[in-house]
Ligand binder design. Structure first.
Ligand SMILES: O=P(O)(O)OC[C@H]1O[C@@H](O)[C@H](O)[C@@H](O)[C@@H]1O
Length: 281
């Protein structure tokens, strides 16, 4: 079947389904401009979506690939992770070829966003699905008359069978801020990371791709424009405090996020791009 794109309802909300080559598919919700599902040709769902996720826009949808913007985490006075996760984006350009399907979602400032953050902007999230690969690009255009600065992330929730059994390679030799342990900055000296407790690490200036290995399944991630990588798992206790996570949710996810932790300055009229690529290998 040739790649195609259709408008669907997913958990009761408007979304686009990208049907890619060899049976690959992805679902992108208009709420949040958020990828919620990515299935590779082997039939496996690669993204975690919480069974208790809320789809009414009152809180961000827990799982998939939320867009955090114009603030990452609590690095400022805005709501945590900014405000675009709970806004409705508009469908933009769509294109399909023999080996890809591509869709763009767009969001601009309005009165409500300007009340929170007094700047004019236009965001485009472009999702390109190929057989074993998913590319996300966030473009930020400053449509106002003065420069602004933002932090942000593509907050990717990877689905894993059992997080205790996975390793993540590619972060050797990088400094990280350990947000789960008093924000101390540590240099990673291990060849890989294993998750054995709550983990909330901001790896800085990451230059290499990361490789998530889980038994005979591997997934590579790489980012451009976003210079930092966050590795996050809430583990048992924090997960238990999260209303939109099942008790065992922590076990089935690992966030490997493409992050801009240092403020990115966009002059008036200019554009910035950041990307994250996920490849099933
Ligand atoms: O619950 P939220 O707002 O989606 O945030 C989830 C997590 O997102 C991660 O990016 C942060 O590093 C964590 O500190 C945070 O807890």
């Amino acid at each position: 079947m040739k790649p195609s794109i259709e408008e669907i309802e997913f958990h009761g909300i408007a979304a686009l389904r990208l049907n890619g080559p060899r049976g690959a598919s992805a679902v992108v919700s208009k709420l949040g401009g958020q990828v919620l599902s990515w299935i590779t040709p082997d039939g496996r769902e690669r993204l975690f979506l919480s069974d208790k996720a809320v789809f009414d826009g009152s809180v961000a949808i827990r799982g998939g690939i939320p867009v955090c913007w114009p603030q990452f985490a609590e690095l400022g006075d805005l709501p945590k992770h900014g405000f675009v996760r709970t806004r409705t984006w508009q469908a933009g350009a769509q294109r399909c070829g023999d080996d890809y399907a591509l869709a763009t979602l767009e969001l601009s400032d309005d009165e409500a966003t300007r009340t929170l953050w007094p700047h004019s902007f236009h965001l485009e999230l472009t999702v390109m699905l190929e057989a074993d690969r998913l590319d996300l690009e966030l473009s930020v255009t400053n449509t106002g008359g003065a420069e602004f600065a933002f932090t942000g992330a593509l907050h990717t929730y990877l689905r894993v069978v059992q997080v205790e059994d996975v390793t993540l390679e590619g972060l050797y030799g990088h400094d990280y801020r350990d947000a789960a342990n008093g924000d101390v900055v540590i240099r990673d000296t291990g060849t890989h990371i294993a998750v054995e407790a709550e983990m909330d690490r901001v790896y800085r200036q990451v230059r290499r791709p990361q490789l998530l290995q889980a038994g005979n399944l591997s997934l590579a991630t790489q980012s451009q424009g976003f210079h930092d990588v966050v590795v996050w798992n809430p583990w048992v206790d924090k997960c238990a405090t999260m209303a939109d996570m099942p008790a065992d949710g922590w076990r089935h996810m690992l966030c490997v996020e493409a992050v801009a932790e240092q403020p990115v300055v966009v002059p008036a009229g200019e554009e910035w791009y950041g990307r994250q690529t996920l490849v099933a290998v």
